[in-house]
Design a protein around this ligand. Structure first.
Ligand SMILES: [Zn+2]
Length: 369
């Protein structure tokens, strides 16, 4: 996929010119095709092309290489043919973006105004083509915020894995009020980046994926934090018997999410449960590491009492943070408008944009005293 994307964006490089000339592929809007006696590289490009094309949008330069209806050039809206009003007939089907503008760079509204919703028309109105310094249209990769191709984002697409920021778990973890290193650990655990034996095996760092504590055949992060005998007996001593079934049946991410946000639903004394829960899974991970790497220096303190001590530290930290946040609030009160020097006027401006609709507004006030 990386090579397929670079075939679009690196048109000035020799290897791209060579490949495109060899297989006579000049039009980026036409899918490349497998030809007799083509190389495995070209076969691969043809195979993944539909995935690449589905994740590309265009930054408009001169608008000549982007199809008005069928290419994605209005950000997250996608191809605007999908927004066509019911019962309307498509016109200027093969028009490029520049075909819909006159020589002064003004939109030819009469060609499409009656076919699209008002919100889409507002978005179109925000796009301008500079006739002074014409640039080529440039594709960007939709799965990254900066538009550059990244293998990680591509892997998500190919595997059907959703790492989207909209998943509520990714909002719940930053809201965790505990010690920052525990928050980081929870984040890594949910991303599957903690070096358990399962992960180490996948990265060819070891051949043994078993749990060193109990001998279970695959040591996953879920196993260490929830199902290994040490963890299992700990949770059984804390969780109400009527909730034990649900507690152990949830998927790993659901389990983390519900314990960070349900505030003690599972336990008898749920006061600041999320702080104790975070501390305990952090200590279970440390316990596993001490067991493997420093068995002689194993922590003497039971995990539960150590966890309660950490919970207390987190609580103190929260109170401290709340107290310290009072100071900047007082400081903010002293910020005020100051009049300009004699003979000058001051212009204060502000603006706002309304999300997907793209409605914008701005204003300003000129004052001298
Ligand atoms: Zn185990």
């Amino acid at each position: 996929m990386k090579i397929a994307f670079y075939l679009l964006v690196k048109g000035d490089q020799l290897w791209v010119r060579l490949l495109r000339a060899k297989y006579r592929w000049w039009n980026a809007h036409v899918s490349p095709t497998v030809q007799s006696r083509c190389t495995p590289l070209w076969r691969g490009v043809c195979r993944v092309w539909s995935d690449v094309a589905a994740n590309i949008s265009w930054n408009i330069g001169d608008g000549k290489g982007v199809r008005f209806w069928f290419d994605s050039w209005l950000g997250s809206i996608g191809p605007i043919v999908n927004s066509l009003l019911n019962g309307r007939q498509l016109v200027y089907v093969e028009a490029s973006v520049s075909d819909m503008m006159d020589s002064d760079g003004q939109w030819r509204w009469h060609r499409f105004k009656s076919l699209l919703p008002y919100a889409i028309l507002l978005r179109i109105a925000t796009v301008k083509i500079s006739s002074n310094a014409p640039m080529q249209d440039f594709p960007r990769w939709n799965l990254t915020s900066h538009g550059q191709f990244r293998v990680h984002s591509t892997y998500s697409v190919r595997m059907g894995v959703q790492f989207g920021p909209t998943e509520p778990l990714w909002k719940a973890i930053p809201d965790f009020k505990g010690i920052p290193r525990i928050r980081t650990f929870i984040w890594l655990a949910c991303l599957g980046k903690v070096l358990t034996n399962e992960v180490r095996c996948r990265r060819h760092m070891t051949l043994d994926s078993r749990c060193h504590t109990c001998g279970f055949e695959v040591e996953t992060i879920d196993h260490i934090l929830r199902r290994c005998p040490v963890a299992y007996s700990l949770w059984c001593s804390l969780v109400c018997p009527e909730h034990l079934g649900q507690f152990f049946q949830l998927s790993f991410k659901e389990w983390i999410f519900s314990n960070l946000t349900n505030f003690g639903f599972y336990v008898k004394d749920g006061t600041e449960w999320e702080l104790l829960f975070g501390s305990l899974i952090w200590l279970l991970w440390n316990h596993r590491n001490e067991h493997i790497f420093e068995p002689k220096k194993m922590h003497w303190e039971p995990i539960l009492s150590h966890g309660k001590r950490l919970q207390q530290e987190c609580r103190s930290l929260t109170i401290l943070a709340r107290q310290s946040s009072v100071v900047p609030a007082l400081a903010r009160d002293s910020i005020r408008w100051e009049k300009p020097p004699e003979g000058w006027c001051k212009l204060n401006t502000d603006g706002a944009v309304m999300g997907e609709l793209g409605m914008t507004s701005c204003g300003g006030v000129i004052r001298s005293d």
